[in-house]
Design a protein. Structure first.
Length: 132
């Protein structure tokens, strides 16, 4: 048997899929359900837990930029051949810059719509007295 035939005979070991109850999305879902139940059943205890929730939100805001950066770097490093690197760079650039551009566009359009005068806006017409 040659080396090539020998390599085909050995089955490739794929990634082992984790059970659903060990994955992060399930833990987040359970935490949301527990938080909703806590706020509904024990509102006083839920109100006392607010600083914990605020600290969690602040931690997420601090960590989101490094997480995105590491994700993009990992995405680029996974591309072995140079032909797919440009495609990956274009896709990641669009996925990173497009939401920011859309947000800035919306922030410029909304004040413009407030300046538009609709018909009847600003006119001071009093209602006529009802006739009998």
């Amino acid at each position: 048997m040659t080396q090539q035939e020998n390599a085909r005979a050995v089955p490739a070991q794929g990634k082992r899929i984790k059970p659903w109850y060990v994955q992060l999305w399930f833990h987040v879902l359970v935490a949301m359900v527990v938080g909703i139940a806590l706020g509904h059943l024990y509102p006083d205890l839920g109100a006392k837990m607010q600083p914990l929730g605020d600290a969690f939100i602040k931690a997420i805001r601090v960590l989101i930029a490094p997480i995105i950066f590491c994700t993009v770097v990992r995405y680029f490093s996974r591309s072995i051949d140079a032909s797919s690197a440009g495609h990956r760079r274009a896709i990641s650039s669009i996925s990173i810059f497009a939401p920011g551009d859309a947000r800035l566009s919306v922030r410029r359009v909304i004040p413009m719509t407030r300046r538009v005068s609709w018909s009847g806006t600003g006119s001071r017409v009093s209602n006529p007295a009802p006739s009998s």
